[in-house]
Write a protein that binds this ligand. Structure first.
Ligand SMILES: [Ca+2]
Ligand SMILES: [Ca+2]
Ligand SMILES: [Ca+2]
Length: 490
């Protein structure tokens, strides 16, 4: 077996891999050869812990509302939305879907109350739509459930349901629900790679085309290498980001939302009008740059590569035919990548990292806060599993393959270098990120509901000996602080 640079060229392997159509196809063993180097350091500070009503809070996202209250709503997939504020008020339970008669069922760690989105007018202008509404996506069992609005290809494992909730008073500390309705119900073929994020483009101004449009990120419906061929099927909602107007156009009838006329596939009978982007494996987290309005999508990879994509209406990000900037064999039993070129119809990521560095991309968060000027305009991403945080300049092409060059964010707690694995005391941090209305950054641990805040930059790194000593020391100090043993300087 010959090894040329970082690729293995062997016709035997290519044939075994079902790659005979392209005799030149080469398996790429190390898609990104350059290791991610350390970059700037920031201070991390414990902020709050979400209340664990049904076991440790499984926090997957945090939403700021722009009603001037500085409230932060924290989404626990076990069924709870809790609320704190930028001052770090002790989080209280805002909403508990288990107390609503909707058939809620958390089947595994990728299901449950997966995401929530507050209407951009929530708590702002009582004369305008959305003043008292927020939206959630949750999972229910399929047996005995209403018929789905949209169905993925393959068997039926469970349903994903987008719901609208109306509250009595948007300023209240807990949600008193006065009305609810199903907006959309989807049948999903497997238990994983389902809903990730639902969100409004909070940067869209009232009256603009994107204002009040709800984006719904859906993975490929589950399994290895999209076994039911959902992501490339324009009639399947899975492996897509959908965009809908969640307002029921007639207040009755089967369709409880509208398809925006400016969606990219409207008028194409071969495609669902709801589809905004396609060819995604598990776009669990996406969001917008508050300054430019540009959308960024993280896509969790299978074999080798974790992606950051720019959101473009109508774009096809290639899954399961592409992973990162490389190709995937048509043979679904193979989890590997080859160097076949992009045939042109797929949109490549602007940044990627490989599984030498991590294994699943979490947040994609463009920093527009003011506490850390060193990160202004930088895109921050994290690896869900090991909790490492990387950053890059969107548009930079100085990395391998003309993509952006990633650096690793260094963390310090109370003046001591640390990292999220050490702080959380686990090999699986289950890290996500959130942002407040001022653009400041928070770290969310889905494992236990701990929330941290990034509060400023730190000087250049200490020596290695200091770093190694500091890793354990910072964690010990944090544990003491949490258990009230021993004063720790603020
Ligand atoms: Ca590598
Ligand atoms: Ca209707
Ligand atoms: Ca892709």
């Amino acid at each position: 077996m010959a090894i040329v640079n970082h690729v293995v060229r062997t016709s035997l392997l290519a044939l075994a891999a079902g790659l005979a159509a392209n005799a030149q196809a080469a398996v790429v063993l190390d898609p990104v050869m350059q290791a991610i180097a350390p970059g700037i350091g920031v201070k991390v500070s414990p902020f709050a812990t979400a209340p664990g009503l049904y076991g440790p809070a499984s926090v997957q996202s945090m939403r700021a509302v722009t009603d001037g209250s500085n409230r932060l709503f924290v989404n626990d997939t076990r069924g709870v939305i809790s609320v704190t504020d930028t001052a770090g008020a002790t989080p209280g339970v805002y909403f508990d879907i288990r107390r609503q008669d909707v058939g809620f069922a958390q089947i595994n760690g990728q299901t449950g109350l997966v995401s929530s989105a507050f209407h951009p007018n929530f708590g702002r202008d009582p004369a305008m739509p959305g003043y008292r509404t927020f939206y959630t996506i949750d999972t229910t069992m399929a047996a005995g459930a209403p018929a789905p609005t949209l169905a993925g290809k393959g068997p039926v494992n469970h349903h994903d349901v987008v719901r609208e909730w109306t509250v009595a008073d948007p300023a209240a500390a807990t949600a008193t629900i006065t009305a609810t309705r199903e907006v959309m119900r989807l049948s999903q073929p497997a238990g994983d790679h389902g809903p990730g994020t639902i969100a409004f483009n909070t940067g869209a101004a009232p009256g603009s085309a994107d204002y009040g449009k709800l984006y719904i990120g859906l993975g490929d419906g589950g399994g290895v290498n999209d076994p039911y061929d959902n992501a490339q099927d324009p009639r399947s909602p899975f492996g897509k980001i959908l965009r809908i107007d969640p307002v029921d156009p007639d207040g009755a009838g089967p369709l409880a939302y509208a398809v925006p006329r400016d969606n990219p596939h409207v008028g194409d009978p071969a495609a669902l009008g709801e589809i905004w982007a396609s060819g995604l494996r598990n776009p669990q987290q996406f969001g917008w740059d508050a300054l430019t309005g540009r959308m960024y999508i993280g896509d969790i990879g299978q074999a080798q590569l974790e992606e950051v994509n720019i959101g473009i209406p109508g774009a096809n990000y290639g899954w399961p035919l592409r992973e990162g900037t490389l190709a995937k064999p048509a043979d679904k039993s193979l989890s590997l990548v080859t160097d076949d070129p992009n045939p042109g119809r797929f949109t490549d990521p602007i940044a990627q990292y490989d599984h030498d560095e991590g294994s699943a991309i979490g947040a994609v968060q463009l920093y527009r806060g003011s506490l850390i000027p060193e990160l202004a305009g930088q895109m921050l991403v994290d690896d869900i599993v090991n909790g490492r945080i990387f950053y890059f300049t969107p548009g930079d092409t100085s990395g391998e393959g003309g993509l952006a060059l990633l650096r690793e964010l260094r963390l310090e707690l109370d003046g001591l270098p640390t990292d999220m694995m050490t702080l959380e005391g686990t090999w699986r941090v289950d890290l996500r990120m959130g942002v407040d209305a001022s653009g400041e950054l928070y770290l969310l641990t889905k494992k236990d509901g701990n929330i941290y805040r990034l509060t400023g930059a730190v000087p250049e790194p200490a020596g290695w000996a200091m770093m190694i000593a500091g890793l354990g020391l910072a964690a010990t100090m944090l544990r003491r602080r949490r258990t009230g043993r021993g004063a720790v300087p603020a």
